[in-house]
Ligand binder design. Structure first.
Ligand SMILES: Cc1cc2nc3c(=O)[nH]c(=O)nc-3n(C[C@H](O)[C@H](O)[C@H](O)COP(=O)(O)O)c2cc1C
Length: 387
């Protein structure tokens, strides 16, 4: 098992200390969202008893942003900046290289403060051909980080894209948080226009609503990861980290956020041709299949890969391979030869018989009404169930 526990703080900086705490808490505590689920369970595939294809013909390969990938699955942005993070990133990079999938690195903000932390992110040589995603909190653009700094970070990491994360709630819960979000969209637009690599925007587990997805795509962002609720909850992580009255404030948000499947369907309906990723609470190969069928171009996973990484590369690769197989077999049993056929398949149905977002206007309007009432229903009924 990779040694990751025991480092509670780092002598060289507050950001590293927070990152070490985040790793430890994610590995040792229950950080799952409570009172909200991803919404993937609302869907199931109508089994095809007689697929008109051979299993061997099924391909999970995809091309996104010019990248050739073996599967829509990718490892979402997590860590960097500490010794433990370096070991985790090495395992994740070996996994991504072995599986042929994209890999997100954790926030590179620490590199702006302590360039000597670079080795904890430096995985390019381990995974020379996979798309490598650099990451930074978008709010840093309001705190003096320039387009030039972003370009420098991308360059230092040998990254293929820059992911800017939106984490307003997390920052609001942190006593030391950066909460000056006003005017950020314009700055994101400036960075997107100036970088030589694609800029992707993601949340961290509370979802991005359809109006913002279209706003971000209109601003020149290459892809949006809706990163919805139902998986790792950063208010729960902060609850464990903070203690005292601040922990009570954080606890109030355990069920906050737009369920991932709801955020995804709304985003896909609002931006039929946009590049949209889904992540947040993806916990099985079937979740990957449902998200792909609902229109996700890529499907990201963080927490499960972190927990597997603690057991080393083989455990991580095994997790990925199992999910690949589940996706492939689900495609076979819906008669879907490739991901575009899965996406256009009529075999994805809602458990409650409601509409699955489709191309025609009636379905589109109905699905919007449905997803809005879903959102309300999920929050209200689950809160009631807890009480
Ligand atoms: C240990 C850990 C560290 C993370 N650090 C970052 C980060 O630096 N930047 C970021 O955009 N997201 C970060 N995330 C959030 C994930 O990318 C993802 O959005 C979130 O965990 C929800 O996905 P999950 O339910 O599969 O874990 C982190 C997640 C974990 C588990």
């Amino acid at each position: 098992m990779v040694a990751i526990n025991g480092e509670r703080s780092h002598p060289n900086g507050a950001t590293s200390s927070r990152k070490a705490d985040h790793l430890r808490i994610n590995l040792e505590e229950d950080v799952a969202a409570k009172g909200v689920s991803t919404g993937f369970d609302a869907y199931r595939f109508m089994h095809c008893a007689l697929p008109d294809i051979d299993l061997d013909e099924v391909s999970t390969a995809t091309e996104v942003l010019g990248w050739q990938l073996a599967s829509p699955l990718f490892i979402s942005c997590m860590t960097g900046g500490t010794e433990q993070a370096a070991r985790i990133n090495m395992v994740l990079a070996e996994t991504a290289a072995e599986l042929g999938i994209a890999l997100g690195l954790g926030s590179a903000r620490v590199l702006l403060e302590r360039p000597e932390a670079l080795p904890s992110f430096a995985v390019r040589e381990i995974a020379p051909t996979v798309p490598l995603l650099a990451n930074l909190g978008a709010v840093q653009l309001n705190l003096g980080v320039s387009s030039g700094d972003c370009a420098r970070l991308v360059d230092m990491l040998g990254a293929d894209a820059l992911v800017l994360h939106l984490n307003a709630l997390q920052e609001a819960l942190q006593p030391e948080g950066d909460t000056c979000f006003a005017g950020l969209l314009g700055r994101i637009e400036t960075v997107a226009a100036s970088l030589a690599v694609p800029v992707i925007v993601k949340e961290v587990g509370w979802g991005i609503s359809a109006d913002l997805v279209t706003g971000l795509l209109d601003a020149g962002v290459a892809a949006v990861d809706v990163a919805g609720a139902g998986g790792t909850s950063w208010s729960e992580v902060e609850r464990h980290r903070l203690g005292g009255p601040a922990a009570g404030t954080a606890a109030a948000f355990a069920g906050w956020g737009i369920p991932t499947a709801v955020a995804l369907t709304q985003a896909r309906t609002a931006a039929p041709d946009g590049v949209i990723f889904a992540s947040g609470g993806v916990r099985s190969g079937l979740d990957v299949a449902v998200a792909s069928a609902l229109g996700a171009d890529l499907v990201g996973v963080a927490g499960p890969f972190l927990r597997a990484a603690a057991f080393g590369t083989q455990a991580c690769v095994n997790l990925g391979r199992e999910w690949f197989d589940v996706l492939r077999i689900a495609m076979f049993c819906t008669g879907s030869r490739d991901l575009p056929s899965l996406r256009s398949s009529a075999r994805l149905v809602r458990e409650d018989g409601g509409p699955v977002p489709g191309a025609d206007g009636v379905t589109l309007v109905a699905s919007l009404i449905e997803t809005i009432s879903d959102l309300r229903g999920t929050q209200v009924t689950r809160t009631a169930a807890r009480g």
